[in-house]
Ligand binder design. Structure first.
Ligand SMILES: Cc1cc2nc3c(=O)[nH]c(=O)nc-3n(C[C@H](O)[C@H](O)[C@H](O)COP(=O)(O)OP(=O)(O)OC[C@H]3O[C@@H](n4cnc5c(N)ncnc54)[C@H](O)[C@@H]3O)c2cc1C
Length: 459
């Protein structure tokens, strides 16, 4: 099992010392006495204005603990769960309180026959403000991050005042993805569009031509996602297009529930069994239906499906994990895939889980990993073992692969795990200094910093 100093903390699944922990239960965020849960925006303004310590805001706490941690006496961890829900909706947009969970947003929009133009992540337990703050994204080149659908963002600033930032505001592209260091997001107006129904084709193909296939799938289909199993040289790919009239009729006849085509394929079954063998030995979880296993068993006997974007793509099984996701300009993805193949055949690393490939269009947020370019995200996951540890080989794999991608100018997902020593931020983010200037203006006293964000921006 992995050493404690791997940078990936051990989970303490059962610890209950009255402290606030993150969702993965691998980090203590604060003493419970440090938590404040204002009931109104006015109360929040008073609290921020009066605070003399540091302030961090928590959403659903799904990010690594270092993003959220506050340590000193007098520091505050804000719980805004009472400030949630729909505030307004019109033909083209909807305004939600910052702490509204994404699944609530998707449910409200779906009921109104609408959706966000951006596709969802694999889970929807995040809060809207948490998703914005870290650049949370789904897949598809015709869209980008959830933050890119923001039309206007309202924040409580460090002095306790309230400010609205719309798209014409010079600081907007900093505020879109602010990592919680610019202010407290209390409401966001999001662009919406009419809900669409998709048919998603699922396939199992050889990895031999992945460096070309990744472009074809993403250029030919509005939404695409792939799981690459390098050991077995196989790729499971989903490619979705808008459903035709017949498929939509079938979907409506099914009470607008996901329609699974009867024809199934067992082409992934052997690969899934091999992956499960690794996962079982890595996690020591004995329950055959344990959550981590279900994330791959669902690839067995797969079939095409028809449903809305949330039914098709937002189906993740949230399981405590270390997830690393690095964005690389799409134009270079083929070359990176070739490099990973060469590295894989040379080192024969222990693969705990397939490599997840999702591509998005360019983001306008200055600190988005997909800023300014079509981007291919390479995702890697290692699940925690039953006892809260991580397999040593799984950890070595994550560390080695992150080095490969960081050396290629990759940009890590802010809400996942990364080794900050591998990145030269001002070189990979052309607007890094501009973001820092906005931070200087909005929070000159660094009220919204913690140790991690201070090191990140003040280096
Ligand atoms: C199982 C799992 C699956 C995931 N799947 C995906 C995926 O498919 N795609 C993807 O891109 N990411 C994914 N992620 C990453 C996830 O979307 C991010 O970690 C996201 O930030 C979590 O939102 P949260 O509400 O939990 O925010 P938190 O983790 O609580 O906070 C994240 C950041 O947001 C800030 N913040 C929160 N609320 C506010 C506010 N009101 N004002 C200002 N700042 C605020 C916090 O201070 C912190 O800096 C996944 C993570 C997990 C654990």
């Amino acid at each position: 099992m992995a050493r404690e100093n791997s940078g990936y903390p051990r989970r303490k699944p059962d610890a209950d010392d009255g402290k606030i922990v993150n969702w993965a239960r691998n980090a203590t965020l604060a003493d419970s006495s440090a938590v404040s849960a204002p009931k109104t925006e006015e109360e929040l303004c008073r609290l921020v204005a009066a605070s003399r310590g540091k302030i961090r805001v928590m959403g659903s706490r799904m990010s690594p603990g270092r993003m959220l941690k506050v340590v000193a006496e007098g520091d505050t961890l804000l719980d805004l769960s009472q400030l949630r829900g729909l505030i307004a909706m019109d033909e083209q947009s909807a305004t939600f309180a910052g702490s509204t969970p994404m699944h609530e947003i998707y449910e409200i929009l779906t009921a109104a026959g609408k959706m966000l133009p951006s596709s969802p992540g694999v889970i929807a337990a995040q809060t809207l403000a948490g998703a914005l703050a870290t650049g949370t994204h789904g897949q598809g080149l015709q869209q980008s991050t959830i933050a890119d659908e923001a039309l206007s963002i309202r924040m409580v600033l460090a002095d306790g005042s309230v400010a609205d930032f719309d798209r014409s505001h010079p600081d907007f592209h900093a505020v879109q993805l602010g990592m919680g260091v610019l202010g407290v997001v209390t409401r966001v107006t999001l662009r919406t569009c009419a809900a669409k129904i998709y048919t998603c084709h699922k396939n199992a193909v050889s990895g031999d031509t992945l460096e070309q296939d990744i472009y074809d799938w993403n250029q030919n289909f509005v939404l695409s996602k792939a799981w690459w199993f390098p050991n077995e040289n196989q790729v499971h790919v989903w490619t979705a297009r808008e459903a035709n009239g017949e498929e939509i009729a079938q979907y409506r006849a099914n009470n607008s529930d996901l329609v699974k085509q009867e024809e199934t394929s067992d082409a992934m079954n052997e690969t899934v069994e091999q992956t499960l063998e690794h996962m079982r030995s890595d996690t020591k979880i004995v329950d055959e239906n344990g959550k981590p296993f279900r994330t791959v068993t669902r690839f067995k006997d797969f079939s095409d499906v028809t449903g809305d974007v949330y039914q098709v793509f937002c189906r993740g099984i949230a399981t405590p994990q270390i997830n690393v996701e690095i964005g690389i300009p799409l134009a270079r993805a083929g070359e990176i895939i070739r490099q990973i193949k060469a590295w894989h055949s040379e080192t024969q690393p222990h693969m705990h889980y397939p490599i997840i490939l999702r591509c998005t269009g360019p983001s306008e947020s200055w600190l988005s990993p997909s800023y300014g370019a079509d981007t291919c995200f390479f995702g890697f996951v290692v699940y925690y073992a039953e006892d809260g540890s991580l397999s040593e080989e799984g950890v070595s794999f994550l560390q080695a692969i992150e080095k490969v991608l960081a050396a290629e100018g990759g940009r890590p997902h802010w809400g996942k795990y990364f080794d900050e020593s591998l990145y030269r931020w001002p070189e990979i983010y052309p607007q890094w200094q501009a973001f820092r200037q906005v931070r200087d203006t909005l929070d000159p006293q660094r009220k919204f910093d913690n140790e991690f964000t201070a090191e990140l921006f003040d280096q």
